[in-house]
Ligand binder design. Sequence first.
Ligand code: ADP
Ligand code: ZN
Length: 606
Amino acid sequence: MQAEVCDAALEALKSHFGYDQFRFRQAEIVQTLINGGDALVLMPTGGGKSVCYQIPSMLRDGVGIVISPLIALMQDQVNALNTLGIRASFLNSSQTFEARQVVEQLLRDENLDLLYVSPERLNTGDFFSLLSNIRIALFAIDEAHCVSQWGHDFRADYLRLKVLHETFPQVPRIALTATADRRTRDEIVQQLGLQNASRFVNSFDRPNIFYRISEGQSNRQRLWQFIEDNHENDAGIVYCLSRKNVESVADWLAAKGRIALPYHAGMSNQQRALHQNRFLVEEGVIIVATIAFGMGIDKPDVRFVAHLNMPRTIEAYYQETGRAGRDGQPANAWLAYGIQDVINLRMVNQQSEAHEGYKIQQHQKLEAMLGLCEQVGCRRQTLLAYFDEVMEQPCKHCDNCLQPPSTWNATEAARKALSCVYRTGQRFGINYVVDILLGKTDERIERNGHHRISTWGIGQDLSNKQWRSLFRQLLAFAYLESDADLHGGLRLTQLARPLLSGDESLHLREVSESSSKTRRGSKRIVIEQTNQPLFERLRKLRKSLADENDVPPYVIFHDKTLHEMAAIQPLDIEQLSEIGGVGEKKLQRFGKAFLTEIEDFVVEEA
Ligand code: ADP
Ligand code: ZN
């Protein structure tokens, strides 16, 4: 595949980005665009989508127009490109009129390789007429899943992007996304009119991410344990559902001595921008956020993503966890949830004003998410299967693979539980039914006469916790459903019948009394540490250069590049240029400083 791509593209990859080879199918994609063809690219986060349109934009005549919904990030993206010696700029609603004029002039003068625009901006009449007067290298539609109503980031403005093709049919287009189950993919093709585009679907596997999911109580305590065990100094993201939780978890982590900053839609734009910026620029910052945070954040060294609530869908979970480890170095995805999450999410969905079809979709997606959480097999196999990808063998790099959960024959207990739901009239929630099974009484139970029914007290062989786990799994596997009209009251489904009649048996994940605690030191994340003292010195140098240039440290060089420098200890520009991530421009600007630092280190060591 490498052979297919022209020398100029490889040359650009080396001189601007500092990489020797295209990876995955980048080469084919780049060549398709250079030849004037359309492409649909599905690649996981961190796969390297950007160079797929950046390089063709540089090599083709005219400017590459990149449509992206990520207004807040455009400035950073453009800064990073400028650091690489690429002529890039952006247009969006956050700019002043004057700033916009400057960019428009650059465009007219054909002094740009790349222009990032928001879809809102693009859909204005004067921008279209501006485009008609210049040469366009290509259109890149980033985050293309925003066009899909089935997806979770739908943007109405994306629907109008089809007009691009109608107006400029000769300009090649590339649509890119990291989210794609088959339905979303089909919708992208249809909505953007990409039926004839070449498709490049890469594996969605993120082999460097370790997945861990657990249910139980005291989530915060467990989160802290996890962070302390694995990520003492690392940057990470913690997702919570509510703003209130975001605030209190951030305070709590801060009290433990970490730099932890809240981020949610209730904060002022200014405050949010400040926190996002600190997360990018400083090292080891934890952002505690609602889902409002993170789309398109391309900080490569996020070492963990933690969820303190269950995400709504597998797509959302995969996209959020995908923000970890974009540099390919080991990273953790950690999720702890409680049964209340499931009940809440179901209720929100059932009570929403959306049309019935949509609600059913959302319901199915939530069930799939729950299935992932409750399953006993390999997480990665399930995740990939959800994206229509078959993984033959278990991954050996997730919690279930490493420590297979034990199962138990829950047939008898499930029958008790289901009959108890039935006998109490299919209108009570889990707490109530469990109390009946355990033979408890209170005023409500007596009023209903439920202390006299046959299932009262038949469940004393299991603990309250075990019963709750059983109910959750019965819900997850749809033997039971909970009804929003009855405030979470439980009802039997069709599936319950064969289980009740003894035609079917059930084996479930075991919940031991202690399983809610994370096992200490279960799997430490070890970042390749080749020469730690030198690495630390290079890191300091990087930070001071970053501050000087007003960019985040990783824009200077990635951790991976520093580790390589620390290991190889290059002594001249020639050797330094061999290191991954060191392009010509950066060599010119920062090469000397890093060589001096390495030399000093070597001398002092001797
Ligand atoms: P995506 O947009 O797919 O999430 P990016 O385009 O941000 O991913 O790329 C992810 C990381 O991979 C970036 O740090 C980028 O510099 C790096 N990268 C891209 N292409 C290559 C390559 N051919 N070789 C090595 N690293 C690459
Ligand atoms: Zn696995």
